[in-house]
Ligand binder design. Structure first.
Ligand SMILES: [Zn+2]
Length: 267
């Protein structure tokens, strides 16, 4: 799928007079590394606020800007609502912990290492077992274009139908990456949801939206007949909804709210 560039000027009125939040530009790789770790810790807190915490399940990862053959991930058994920058663990593609002081979930390594490998165009991957994600995933079907928001996923996500138990091998991670293909996410049947993004910001916002689109479709399907958006309109809407600026921008209000209420994740 080719993505056309959508600019701030396309989406706002007054952007020539007033500043609009934009993705940061870094003076050094070290500054970028600190930023992505802060955003990753924040993403876990936001997942907790959304109710995406479920026991030991769920992981969000981001490629390290200094050593891109490694990625940052959450330590096992740390509640998402308590996540701090100092808790994060860096792992390489062979499964060695190269920074940090905790073990990590085996499934987190098996799935995320392969997606980071197969998708050099994305830097972050999120997976969780959510109530609406699990319910929708049991239907073994893709999301339909039934709303403006759902168009983000129109012809832009996969369905992984082969549940064989808890993911423990990188070969299963390869199959999940295959179902994701060039998309923004994949529905893991009998399991949960997974999304990707160029940044932690985009990846986390895509996940929040995918879960809420599962919720909407479940409600609509239970209530009656679905009116779907025609193909051309759905594709046109996806160009905006899936653009880099919009997917990154969707995270900013979530981050702002978290930062204003509790900035302890920065520690
Ligand atoms: Zn899982």
């Amino acid at each position: 799928m080719t993505k056309q560039a959508v600019t701030v000027a396309d989406l706002t009125v007054g952007s020539r007079q007033f500043s609009v939040p934009m993705p940061p530009v870094f003076e050094s790789k070290e500054a970028e590394q600190l930023h992505v770790k802060q955003r990753l810790a924040a993403a876990f807190r936001i997942f907790a606020q959304q109710g995406f915490d479920e026991g030991l399940a769920g992981h969000i990862t981001v490629r390290d800007p200094i050593d891109p053959h490694t990625f940052w991930v959450n330590p096992i058994a740390r509640h998402f609502s308590l996540m701090c920058v100092s808790d994060l663990v860096r792992v390489d593609h062979q499964g060695n912990i190269v920074e940090g002081h905790s073990a990590i979930n085996n499934a987190a390594f098996a799935i995320h290492s392969r997606i980071h490998h197969h998708r050099p165009d994305v830097n972050a991957v999120a997976h969780a077992h959510t109530v609406y994600g699990r319910a929708f995933a049991a239907l073994n079907q893709p999301l339909k274009a039934i709303s403006q928001d759902a168009c983000l996923f129109y012809n832009n996500h996969g369905v992984f139908s082969e549940f064989t138990g808890v993911v423990s091998s990188q070969s299963e991670g390869d199959l999940i990456a295959e179902s994701l293909a060039e998309g923004v996410g994949t529905i893991l049947v009998n399991h949960g949801l997974l999304t990707v993004g160029k940044s932690v910001d985009a990846c986390c916002a895509n996940f929040v939206l995918m879960d809420s689109c599962c919720h909407s479709q479940l409600l609509a399907q239970a209530a009656g007949e679905l009116q779907q958006i025609p193909h051309e309109i759905a594709e046109k809407t996806r160009t905006v909804a899936a653009s880099d600026i919009v997917t990154w921008g969707n995270f900013q209000p979530l981050y702002e709210k978290l930062l204003a209420r509790d900035d302890s994740f920065l520690q």
